[in-house]
Design a protein around this ligand. Structure first.
Ligand code: C5P
Length: 206
Protein backbone atom coordinates (compact mmCIF):
# COMPACT_ATOMS: atom_id res chain seq x y z
CA UNK A 1 0.00 0.00 0.00
CA UNK A 2 1.35 3.41 -1.01
CA UNK A 3 -0.81 6.15 0.50
CA UNK A 4 -0.79 9.62 -0.99
CA UNK A 5 -2.12 12.74 0.68
CA UNK A 6 -3.38 15.57 -1.51
CA UNK A 7 -3.28 18.89 0.33
CA UNK A 8 -5.38 21.48 -1.48
CA UNK A 9 -3.94 24.93 -0.85
CA UNK A 10 -4.66 26.79 -4.09
CA UNK A 11 -7.66 28.85 -2.99
CA UNK A 12 -7.48 32.63 -2.72
CA UNK A 13 -9.42 32.72 0.52
CA UNK A 14 -11.13 36.03 -0.15
CA UNK A 15 -13.45 35.74 2.86
CA UNK A 16 -10.42 35.86 5.16
CA UNK A 17 -9.37 39.25 3.79
CA UNK A 18 -5.62 38.55 4.15
CA UNK A 19 -2.80 39.90 1.99
CA UNK A 20 -1.88 36.49 0.58
CA UNK A 21 -3.54 33.15 -0.32
CA UNK A 22 -5.24 31.70 2.78
CA UNK A 23 -3.05 28.60 3.12
CA UNK A 24 0.05 30.82 3.37
CA UNK A 25 -1.26 33.13 6.08
CA UNK A 26 0.88 32.71 9.20
CA UNK A 27 -1.01 31.05 12.06
CA UNK A 28 0.62 30.55 15.47
CA UNK A 29 4.06 31.01 13.90
CA UNK A 30 3.72 28.84 10.78
CA UNK A 31 2.14 29.25 7.35
CA UNK A 32 -1.29 27.60 7.71
CA UNK A 33 -0.58 24.70 5.34
CA UNK A 34 2.52 23.66 7.32
CA UNK A 35 0.33 22.55 10.25
CA UNK A 36 -1.34 20.03 7.96
CA UNK A 37 2.00 18.93 6.46
CA UNK A 38 3.29 18.23 9.99
CA UNK A 39 0.20 16.13 10.85
CA UNK A 40 0.27 14.18 7.57
CA UNK A 41 3.97 13.52 7.17
CA UNK A 42 4.39 10.47 9.41
CA UNK A 43 1.11 8.88 8.32
CA UNK A 44 1.31 8.83 4.50
CA UNK A 45 3.98 7.93 1.95
CA UNK A 46 3.79 11.07 -0.16
CA UNK A 47 2.25 14.55 0.11
CA UNK A 48 1.24 16.41 -3.07
CA UNK A 49 0.25 20.05 -2.58
CA UNK A 50 -1.99 21.96 -5.01
CA UNK A 51 -0.50 25.47 -4.98
CA UNK A 52 -1.65 28.94 -5.95
CA UNK A 53 0.49 30.80 -8.54
CA UNK A 54 3.86 31.99 -7.22
CA UNK A 55 3.96 29.85 -4.05
CA UNK A 56 6.39 27.01 -3.30
CA UNK A 57 5.68 23.58 -1.85
CA UNK A 58 6.78 23.07 1.79
CA UNK A 59 9.83 20.89 2.49
CA UNK A 60 9.11 17.17 2.14
CA UNK A 61 6.16 17.70 -0.23
CA UNK A 62 5.71 17.90 -4.00
CA UNK A 63 3.92 20.87 -5.52
CA UNK A 64 1.52 20.94 -8.48
CA UNK A 65 -0.35 23.94 -9.89
CA UNK A 66 -3.84 24.35 -8.47
CA UNK A 67 -6.91 24.63 -10.71
CA UNK A 68 -9.78 27.07 -11.12
CA UNK A 69 -11.95 25.20 -8.60
CA UNK A 70 -11.19 22.96 -5.64
CA UNK A 71 -12.11 19.86 -7.67
CA UNK A 72 -9.73 20.88 -10.44
CA UNK A 73 -6.97 21.30 -7.87
CA UNK A 74 -7.65 17.77 -6.57
CA UNK A 75 -7.66 16.41 -10.13
CA UNK A 76 -4.29 18.04 -10.92
CA UNK A 77 -2.74 16.54 -7.80
CA UNK A 78 -4.29 13.11 -8.43
CA UNK A 79 -2.79 13.05 -11.93
CA UNK A 80 0.65 13.74 -10.43
CA UNK A 81 0.69 10.72 -8.10
CA UNK A 82 0.04 6.98 -8.40
CA UNK A 83 -0.82 6.43 -4.71
CA UNK A 84 -3.81 4.36 -3.51
CA UNK A 85 -5.65 5.06 -1.23
CA UNK A 86 -5.81 8.83 -1.68
CA UNK A 87 -6.40 11.13 1.26
CA UNK A 88 -7.61 14.66 0.43
CA UNK A 89 -7.22 17.41 3.01
CA UNK A 90 -7.93 21.15 2.95
CA UNK A 91 -4.99 23.31 3.94
CA UNK A 92 -7.69 25.49 5.54
CA UNK A 93 -8.05 22.87 8.35
CA UNK A 94 -4.81 23.34 10.30
CA UNK A 95 -6.09 21.63 13.48
CA UNK A 96 -5.72 18.17 11.98
CA UNK A 97 -3.50 15.82 14.04
CA UNK A 98 -1.56 12.62 13.22
CA UNK A 99 -4.10 10.58 15.25
CA UNK A 100 -7.02 12.03 13.27
CA UNK A 101 -5.24 11.31 9.97
CA UNK A 102 -4.79 7.71 11.12
CA UNK A 103 -8.47 7.52 12.15
CA UNK A 104 -9.55 8.64 8.66
CA UNK A 105 -7.22 6.18 6.89
CA UNK A 106 -8.32 3.28 9.13
CA UNK A 107 -11.98 4.10 8.44
CA UNK A 108 -12.05 3.27 4.73
CA UNK A 109 -12.79 -0.45 5.19
CA UNK A 110 -14.57 -1.75 2.09
CA UNK A 111 -16.20 1.61 1.27
CA UNK A 112 -15.33 3.74 -1.77
CA UNK A 113 -14.71 6.74 0.46
CA UNK A 114 -14.53 7.64 4.14
CA UNK A 115 -15.07 11.22 5.25
CA UNK A 116 -14.51 13.11 8.48
CA UNK A 117 -17.67 14.71 9.83
CA UNK A 118 -19.22 16.02 13.05
CA UNK A 119 -22.89 15.89 14.09
CA UNK A 120 -24.41 19.38 13.69
CA UNK A 121 -25.20 21.27 16.87
CA UNK A 122 -27.31 24.01 15.29
CA UNK A 123 -30.83 23.45 13.98
CA UNK A 124 -30.63 23.70 10.18
CA UNK A 125 -33.45 25.19 8.12
CA UNK A 126 -33.91 25.36 4.38
CA UNK A 127 -34.59 28.97 3.39
CA UNK A 128 -35.62 30.65 0.14
CA UNK A 129 -35.19 34.42 0.07
CA UNK A 130 -35.89 35.26 3.71
CA UNK A 131 -38.57 32.65 4.26
CA UNK A 132 -38.21 29.26 5.90
CA UNK A 133 -39.20 26.39 3.62
CA UNK A 134 -38.68 23.65 6.19
CA UNK A 135 -36.64 22.45 9.14
CA UNK A 136 -34.38 19.48 8.55
CA UNK A 137 -34.12 16.57 11.01
CA UNK A 138 -31.00 17.45 12.96
CA UNK A 139 -30.41 13.89 14.17
CA UNK A 140 -29.59 12.87 10.59
CA UNK A 141 -27.31 15.81 9.72
CA UNK A 142 -23.52 15.85 9.76
CA UNK A 143 -21.18 18.73 8.97
CA UNK A 144 -18.53 17.37 6.65
CA UNK A 145 -14.83 18.10 7.07
CA UNK A 146 -11.60 16.81 5.60
CA UNK A 147 -9.65 14.47 5.53
CA UNK A 148 -11.61 12.47 2.99
CA UNK A 149 -10.07 9.12 2.01
CA UNK A 150 -10.79 7.44 -1.34
CA UNK A 151 -10.01 4.37 -3.28
CA UNK A 152 -8.09 5.82 -6.18
CA UNK A 153 -10.39 4.33 -8.84
CA UNK A 154 -13.50 5.79 -7.18
CA UNK A 155 -11.98 9.28 -6.93
CA UNK A 156 -10.63 9.18 -10.49
CA UNK A 157 -14.02 8.11 -11.84
CA UNK A 158 -15.81 10.79 -9.83
CA UNK A 159 -13.46 13.54 -11.02
CA UNK A 160 -13.90 12.46 -14.64
CA UNK A 161 -17.60 13.45 -14.46
CA UNK A 162 -19.29 16.85 -14.15
CA UNK A 163 -17.48 18.87 -11.47
CA UNK A 164 -20.03 21.70 -11.39
CA UNK A 165 -21.15 22.77 -7.95
CA UNK A 166 -19.03 20.25 -6.09
CA UNK A 167 -17.93 21.55 -2.68
CA UNK A 168 -16.16 18.32 -1.78
CA UNK A 169 -14.97 15.21 -3.57
CA UNK A 170 -17.18 12.77 -1.70
CA UNK A 171 -20.19 14.48 -3.29
CA UNK A 172 -18.84 13.46 -6.70
CA UNK A 173 -18.37 9.87 -5.53
CA UNK A 174 -21.98 9.85 -4.21
CA UNK A 175 -23.22 11.17 -7.57
CA UNK A 176 -21.35 8.35 -9.32
CA UNK A 177 -23.12 5.79 -7.09
CA UNK A 178 -20.22 5.11 -4.71
CA UNK A 179 -20.59 4.18 -1.03
CA UNK A 180 -19.32 6.82 1.37
CA UNK A 181 -18.76 6.20 5.08
CA UNK A 182 -18.86 8.89 7.76
CA UNK A 183 -16.11 8.90 10.39
CA UNK A 184 -17.01 10.87 13.54
CA UNK A 185 -14.54 13.74 14.03
CA UNK A 186 -14.32 16.52 16.61
CA UNK A 187 -15.71 19.93 15.68
CA UNK A 188 -12.32 21.39 16.66
CA UNK A 189 -11.03 20.27 13.24
CA UNK A 190 -12.54 23.51 11.97
CA UNK A 191 -12.08 25.23 8.62
CA UNK A 192 -10.55 28.68 8.61
CA UNK A 193 -12.78 30.79 6.39
CA UNK A 194 -13.33 34.16 8.09
CA UNK A 195 -11.23 36.30 10.48
CA UNK A 196 -13.01 34.88 13.56
CA UNK A 197 -12.15 31.32 12.47
CA UNK A 198 -8.55 32.39 12.20
CA UNK A 199 -8.61 33.77 15.72
CA UNK A 200 -10.15 30.59 17.14
CA UNK A 201 -7.71 28.36 15.25
CA UNK A 202 -4.75 30.43 16.42
CA UNK A 203 -5.81 30.09 20.07
CA UNK A 204 -6.28 26.34 19.74
CA UNK A 205 -2.88 25.91 18.08
CA UNK A 206 -0.92 27.93 20.69
O1 C5P B 1 -12.63 28.12 -0.09
P1 C5P B 1 -12.57 26.93 0.79
O2 C5P B 1 -12.02 27.23 2.17
O3 C5P B 1 -13.83 26.12 0.83
O4 C5P B 1 -11.49 25.97 0.12
C1 C5P B 1 -11.22 24.71 0.63
C2 C5P B 1 -9.80 24.30 0.28
O5 C5P B 1 -9.69 24.13 -1.13
C3 C5P B 1 -8.74 25.33 0.71
O6 C5P B 1 -7.69 24.65 1.37
C4 C5P B 1 -8.33 25.94 -0.61
O7 C5P B 1 -6.97 26.36 -0.63
C5 C5P B 1 -8.55 24.81 -1.60
N1 C5P B 1 -8.80 25.27 -2.99
C6 C5P B 1 -7.92 24.88 -4.01
N2 C5P B 1 -8.14 25.31 -5.30
C7 C5P B 1 -9.17 26.13 -5.59
C8 C5P B 1 -10.07 26.53 -4.56
C9 C5P B 1 -9.86 26.07 -3.26
O8 C5P B 1 -6.97 24.15 -3.76
N3 C5P B 1 -9.32 26.56 -6.85
Amino acid sequence: VFTVAILVAAGRGERLGADRPKAFVVLAGRPMLEWSVAALSGQVDEIVVALPPGERAPAGTRGVPGGDTRSHSVANALAASAGDPVLVHDAARPLITPALVRRALDGLGDFDAAIAAAPVSDTIKEVRGDEVVRTLDRAALWAVQTPQVFRRAALAQALAGDLAGATDDAMLVERAGGRVRVIPFPRENLKVTTPVDREIAERLLC
